[in-house]
Every structure is written in C-alpha cells, then in structure tokens.
Design a protein around this ligand. Structure first.
Ligand SMILES: *Cc1c(COP(=O)(O)O)cnc(C)c1O
Length: 418
C-alpha cells in the first residue's frame, strides 16, 4: 500500500472484490473511507472519517464542464445535491462492502421509503408479488394502498413455506419478498430454498434484513437479489436518525439506482454521517445486544407465567434450525407470549417497567417494551397464542437490572390476571 492511501483504508479496493478476505469486523472499521473523501488533492495525509459535505448547488468552471457533468454518469460524482455528496457515498459504499455479492447501495429517508423503492424498481402493472405473511405492517400497507391501485397483485404466503413457494408461482409472479425473521413473530425463513426456486424461474427476491443486518446474515451472499435495511434500527444504533438502504446485485443495482433518482430519494448528509458513525460500532453493539437478549429470553422461557418465547436462537422458535444453519448471530429483538390474561394485565406488566421505554422502533442502545397483536397483520395464516404478546428490544443496560424489572412486571401481570 502506497503512502498516499495509508489513511484511506477503503482504497484497498483490490481486497473488496472477489479476493477480499477481510473479516466483517475489519470491514466495519475500514469501509467507505476513500482518499478523495478524507483528504485534499495534492496534500499528503487525511482525516479518519469523511466529514459532512452539505450541498445543493455544485459550481462548474465553465459551460463545457457543466455540460460534460450532465452528460456523464452522476453516480458518486458531484453534480447536484440530490445526487448526494461524499458523506452519503461513503455510507453507501460501506454498506455495499458489508454485503459480498453487492454492486451498490442507495440510501433513503426511512426504512419504509427503501422498501417502497425496492418494490417499485422490480414491479410493473400486471405483475404478481409474493409477500411473506410475517411482513412489517407498513410493507403490507404499501402493497395494498400503492401497488394494488397500480395493478400489482400481492399474494401473501406462510413464512415457513420454504421450497413449497414453488406451488404458489404463476405466470405473473415477478418478485418474492422475504423478511427473516419476522419482526413480531420471529419465524425464520428458508432463504436458500426460496432463492433456489426463484432463480430457476427468473423471479427476483428481496429481503427486509433489518433484524440480522449484513453482519449476522449477508443476504446477497445467500443468493437474494436485493437486501433492504431500516438503518434507523441497528446501523444508526442511537434512536436519533431515520434512514433506510437498498443494496443490490449487479443485475439489479442499476434499476434500483435509477428508480431512486426518479423518485428524488436521498438522505441528508448529517443523517448519513451519524449513520456512518453508528456503523463503526455495529459489531460490538450487536454482540452485547445478542448476549443480553439471550440471557433474558432464556430467563423468560423458565417463568411459569410465560407461555412461549419467540427468539430465533431458542430451539422451540419456528425455523430455529434454519437460523442455526444460516445466521452467524441473533440480535436484541424478540417477543414473548403471556399465559392467559388480557390487555389490562399486559398493560400492568408494561406500564410499571422502570428500565424499558414504551415505544415503536428498536435497535438503539436503550431497552423497549411494546404490546404487539400479530393476529391483526395476517391474511395467509392465522396467529394463535395462549395470551397477549409483548415485544422486547434489549438494549445495552445491565441485563440483571432488566431481569429484575421484568420479574416485578410478571408479578404485576399475575396480580392483574387474578
Ligand atoms: C422499523 C422497520 C422498518 C421501517 O423502518 P423506518 O426507518 O422506521 O421506516 C422496516 N422493517 C422492519 C422490520 C422494521 O422494524
């Protein structure tokens, strides 16, 4: 490595192609740090992280340069603020480097915007989309309220269908959307089996990979064409930014990029910068989320008032063996089902918690508890449970404090259940 690029780890691009043998944690530290984004032309050395480049107008030397810029590819080139600046390109490049087999990444103002653009990039009127019945509720709403009026039919399928997806295909099936595990009920899908069927028929596959992140499940490496993240969750990690990403294979990235441009999608450089900052520590944070969540899930599994714990790393979770085969870790989000009781008894448990916030979203450093009712968001399958469900996000607090808090919560639940 020459002295010019010593500070710009990401210039070691020879390593990020086929013969990139760096481990994922090393990539997290190095990705997205190109010399032209961290240094100044003609000056040796450079800063560690690409700074915030705020811009709308880009000024040109003369008309000829302006014309030349407009006529050539504007990808990762200063052209106009909407096409981004090095701050966003650095984050996008880093996310691409985390997904072996990826050609590029586009950024969006939220996870839902990323999902919407991923779907719009692959679907046309008359197409049929197969959507997992465990999908995030706003994903279903997009299918029903945007895709349907534009002539795309969505057919929901059992998340545990595996290779049986072949039986659902029709002439019109264009795309299969996966979410593994589902973010309320945590069924792990047989991604390789579904991908194998899709590839044989020339059908594109998309996955909402928010739970695992590319660190625990590199989706493109498992043959999926398009991987979508609500970076709002673990990539940001601090509950202070809304942002989404779509990472795609060589075959699909140009289409995704063009669709994003046409919809005018972008992210603010400040948000991209905060997200890059979060990405650097994703490895250590997820390791702790995993360890604490597992300790709490195992403890809950032994409580007499808990009917079931839905956590992919526990043997009785649907698809656990698929998780063990395909994933390299588990994150901090899981659910548990109470034994009996009603809404009021569940609220008694949640309302008195001292260390858990009550709120949507997850993936930050703080613990959250949420009442969830998965039966409301099902159409191809039915959701039956022994009592009300609670979803927990386990943050970075000491798990002993969290267990004591939940223990007191279960006592309140028992008292209220009677
Ligand atoms: C939160 C979430 C999203 C959407 O992300 P936003 O940034 O909130 O729009 C998508 N998928 C899953 C599984 C999520 O939990």
């Amino acid at each position: 490595m020459g002295p010019r690029s010593r500070h710009a780890q990401s210039d070691r691009r020879g390593m990020s192609g086929k013969d990139d043998d760096r481990k994922p944690l090393t990539k997290l530290a190095q990705a997205g740090r190109k010399a032209e984004w961290t240094g100044m032309p003609g000056q040796p050395g450079g800063i560690v992280s690409p700074p915030v480049w705020r811009a709308s107008t880009i000024l040109y030397d003369d008309v000829a340069h302006l014309r030349r810029a407009a006529g050539s590819s504007t990808h990762e080139r200063l052209f106009y603020g909407r096409k981004g600046t090095p701050t966003a390109w650095s984050l996008a490049d880093a996310l691409t480097e985390m997904e072996p087999g990826a050609a590029g990444t586009m950024l969006f103002p939220s996870g839902v915007a990323a999902i919407a653009c991923g779907l719009m990039a692959v679907l046309r009127p008359g197409d049929q989309l197969l959507m997992t019945d465990s999908a995030y509720d706003p994903t279903r709403n997009f299918c029903e309220q945007i895709l349907k009026p534009f002539g795309v039919e969505t057919v929901y399928y059992d998340p545990t269908v595996g290779a049986g997806i072949a039986g659902l295909l029709t002439e019109r099936t264009r795309a299969i959307f996966l979410e593994s595990p589902g973010s309320l009920t945590f069924e792990v899908q047989d991604v390789p089996a579904i991908v194998a069927v899709a590839k044989e028929k020339g059908i594109v596959t998309l996955i909402d990979n928010t739970w695992a992140t590319p660190l625990f499940f590199p989706a493109l490496g498992h043959g999926v064409d398009i991987s979508i993240l609500a970076c709002t969750k673990y990539i940001v990690g601090h509950s202070d930014v809304m942002i989404g990403s779509v990472t795609a294979s060589e075959a699909w990235f140009p289409k995704v990029r063009q669709t994003a441009y046409l919809f005018g999608q972008m992210t603010s450089p400040d948000d991209a910068w905060l997200t890059s900052r979060g990405l650097r520590t994703l490895g250590v944070r997820l390791k702790q989320h995993q360890e604490s969540a597992l300790a709490i899930a195992r403890w809950l599994n032994e409580q007499p008032d808990v009917a079931r714990v839905l956590h992919p790393a526990l043997p009785d979770c649907p698809g656990h063996e698929l998780w063990a085969r395909d994933f390299s870790g588990s994150s901090g989000l899981f659910s548990f089902i109470l034994k009996g009781g009603d809404e009021t008894a569940r609220a008694a448990l949640i309302d008195g918690l001292a260390h858990f916030g009550i709120g949507y979203s997850w993936g930050g450093f703080e613990s959250l508890a949420l009442p969830v009712d998965p039966a409301r968001y099902r159409s191809a399958t039915t959701w039956e449970a022994e009592g009300p469900s609670v979803r927990l996000h386990i943050g970075l607090e000491d798990p002993a404090d969290l267990i004591a808090d939940l223990d007191a919560g279960l006592a309140r639940f028992r008292a209220a259940r009677g």
